[in-house]
Design a protein around this ligand. Sequence first.
Ligand code: UD1
Length: 433
Amino acid sequence: MDKFVVRGGNPLLGTIRVSGAKNAALPAMAAAILTDEPVILEGIPQVRDIETTRQLLAAMGAEVELGYGRAHHRTTICCRDLTSPEASYELVKTMRASTLVLGPLVARMGRARVSLPGGCAIGARPIDLHIKGLERLGAKITQEHGYIEATADRLRGGQIVFEKITVTGTEDLLMAATLADGETIMQNCAREPEVADLADLLNKMGAKIEGAGTPTIRVQGVEQLHGTKHRVIPDRIEAGTFIVAGALTGGDLNVSGCEPKHLTALLQKLGDTGVTVLQSTDAVRVIANGPLRACDVITEEYPGFPTDMQAQYMALATQASGTSVITENIFENRFMHAQELVRMGANIKIEGSRAVVRGKTELSAAAVQASDLRASASLVLAALVAEGETIIDRVYHIDRGYEHIEEKLRNVGAQIRRIGEILPKRAVPAVRA
Ligand code: UD1
């Protein structure tokens, strides 16, 4: 199992480039199910969740070409001959976003069989809202042997009011509604930029969607969709992770190829902590040349502070003077990184959905374990300022969503490398500067 070895102490200096958004690429790949023509997607990040989605589509009979190069990260997906409209437990258990195929499959094939995701490291993550929404569109849903089966001759437009805001739920039903008979009005939708990006793609495929990116989305169903080419938006969470890394290490870091307007809540918060943030059209420069001040954070749906940045912000809070109260509103049990940060010397108390971080604490290297994708990123960030050499185990979590993070960080001065072998107990190799 791969590990990262990180020696802390270097400020991050220079320019780091952001990849395409994993959370936009996943629904975009699922959207290819809606047509029998090829869909070409660019800006696809080279991360494990994309490979899982490739396997998922290929298992259904789709032709999926996936190639990475200097100029293009591109996939061409052709779902002309879908033979098996199914998402197996083996794949869904490793990536909950596999449920994104549910809506497109039932809309295009009239049938979908998708494994229930089961428990997840960051709390129970049900899909009841996807199911209720599909029922509103006329699908018949049954559950058997841990699988959801949805059938419909043709979905029909309907009114969907989400009881709770859900990102992939909004995306799943948006895709389903494109091929439904008549108009669908969805209310209390997620407003995340990835939802709007998916709607852009679907409209290029011939769908008739209005209002994506706002709480109310209207979809006029069409008979069929066609192929197209689309570039996914930059990854705002990867960008945010690097921006926090720059701030935390006392660096001067230019995060390029991002969309600063997708990062407003984070950038405002960093400004409050005393960091200088300079924005241009597609880059954010973060300059941290003074002490950090503690600031409270509450995670919210977009445009609020993203839950996917909570763990990284917690690493930053350990280096800020004063008490930061971090409230996690979106997921239960999303503080698993806190205990690992405590092992590195942080002062963090968990009180239900709040984490109280008292800083500034000197962090010292320890052997720590990644527990989920964003938690692993927070451990990398903490290790960048810890004294000594931190070994982070289970970095497969980080590989799910960050493209070559160690190379990118190394290029701006971090001392980080990946090791694949089990280390002998007392002979930890030194990191090269
Ligand atoms: C997406 C993102 C993930 C991010 C999350 C919240 C992708 C692939 N993943 O996950 O990175 O952390 O949004 O911004 O885009 N819920 C229900 N019933 C449902 C669906 C969700 O109760 O049917 C609850 C969840 O348990 C959670 C909340 O709604 O408490 C929000 O979850 P949701 O927005 O659906 O997260 P994902 O779409 O899975």
